[in-house]
Design a protein around this ligand. Structure first.
Ligand code: AMP
Ligand code: MG
Length: 341
């Protein structure tokens, strides 16, 4: 059931549902999340079950602001405080040392915890309603709420960027708050803040340069030991539509299109920054601006899947830093077909 995110009654209904251990489809500026009370291990288990996600693959906890930090985590380095000042609320997730007993199941049993403060007004309204003592009081002995919320899609599939995407995937299983299409469109940038330098675990729309400038410390790429916490073998299957994704340089893509037999045209769809593929082939234009391409990426993949195409041919994106997040998601979507897991 899709509920209007701007309705106070809908927010209240969803807050009640979460207090009772239920799941809610939650709009954020990055992608739609599948939210549960992070303090309620049974509710968190429902997220893992609904998504088909391995229980040791940790979830990001969404909080109302920096005031929640000390409740969930400790040992916050100065560079992390600077990052939060610059980018919260916003599409930045920080990994910190988890306080004992906090959000254990949501963190997959790890000693670290991933926290994000979403900027979306509907997510903020829901967190505010949950924290409102008059509307239901403390949460498991605390006034500090956290919503564990991975993307609202089945494990390994493309993240949803509209309420309709969530409903298409999960039907009536839980209410979904409609907050419109996501403004960012790809998942948050994740920075591990448990070391003496920030470590970039997942690129997003915030560039390494912007993060560096904000905190004064250059970001490090993860070493083998600092690789993102993931269940074994899941990396390649992330962000994949049903159709096969092929990444091609402009000339290779043009050549492939012009040598494609007419009988194959039905099977193929194209997302490129120019628009003169043979007319029988479905094509839509990738924006020249990285942030706009990020906003459209998952909807393009989902729409082509819904049209039943077998292959999506995507033009490789520019090599510049602002394209890093889109490049990462496209490479993962394409990688599924070159790995066996
Ligand atoms: P998502 O798939 O968008 O829900 O993001 C989950 C990712 O966040 C994981 O794959 C990790 O990279 C990171 N993450 C979440 N929770 C933790 C945690 N407790 N410790 C370390 N990394 C985490
Ligand atoms: Mg996800």
């Amino acid at each position: 059931m899709i509920l209007p995110g701007d309705s106070p009654q809908a927010i209240e209904q969803c807050a009640r549902h979460l207090r009772g251990g239920g799941l809610v489809g939650l709009p954020t500026e990055t992608v739609y999340g599948l939210a549960a009370n992070a303090h309620d291990d049974a509710a968190v288990a429902r997220i893992f079950a609904a998504k088909g996600r391995p229980a040791d693959h940790p979830l990001i906890i969404h909080v109302a602001g920096v005031q929640a930090l000390g409740h969930f985590a400790h040992g916050v380095p100065a560079y992390c405080t600077a990052l939060l000042q610059a980018f919260w609320p916003g599409p930045l997730t920080v990994v910190l040392r988890r306080n004992t007993g906090m959000a254990m199941a949501a963190s997959g049993g790890h000693g670290t915890i991933a926290l994000r403060c979403p900027a979306h007004p509907v997510a903020q309204a829901l967190l505010a309603k949950l924290a409102d003592a008059a509307a239901g009081g403390a949460c498991w002995g605390s006034q500090v709420w956290g919503l564990a919320a991975p993307s609202a899609n089945r494990f390994g599939k493309v993240s949803p960027t509209t309420a309709q995407h969530v409903a298409e995937e999960f039907g009536e299983a839980f209410p979904v708050l409609d907050g419109g299409p996501c403004a960012v469109g790809i998942e948050s940038t994740i920075v591990d803040c448990t070391h003496d330098r920030p470590v970039l675990l997942r690129p997003g729309v915030l560039t390494g340069q912007a993060l560096h400038e904000a905190c004064g410390v250059a970001l490090a790429a993860p070493t083998q030991a600092q690789q993102p916490v993931r269940a074994p073998g899941t990396l390649a299957s992330h962000y994949a539509p049903r159709a096969r994704v092929r990444l091609l340089e402009e000339q290779a893509l043009r050549d492939a299109l012009h040598t494609l037999p007419p009988t194959a045209a039905q099977r193929v769809a194209v997302w490129s920054r120019w628009e003169d593929a043979p007319t029988a082939i479905r094509q839509c234009t990738m924006p020249d601006v990285a942030a706009e391409a990020a906003r459209q990426l998952f909807a393009v993949l989902r729409n082509y899947d819904a049209e039943g195409v077998e292959e999506i041919w995507v033009q490789t994106v520019p090599d510049s830093p602002e394209w890093e997040g889109v490049r990462d998601r496209l490479q993962r979507a394409a990688a599924t077909w070159t790995h066996t897991d």
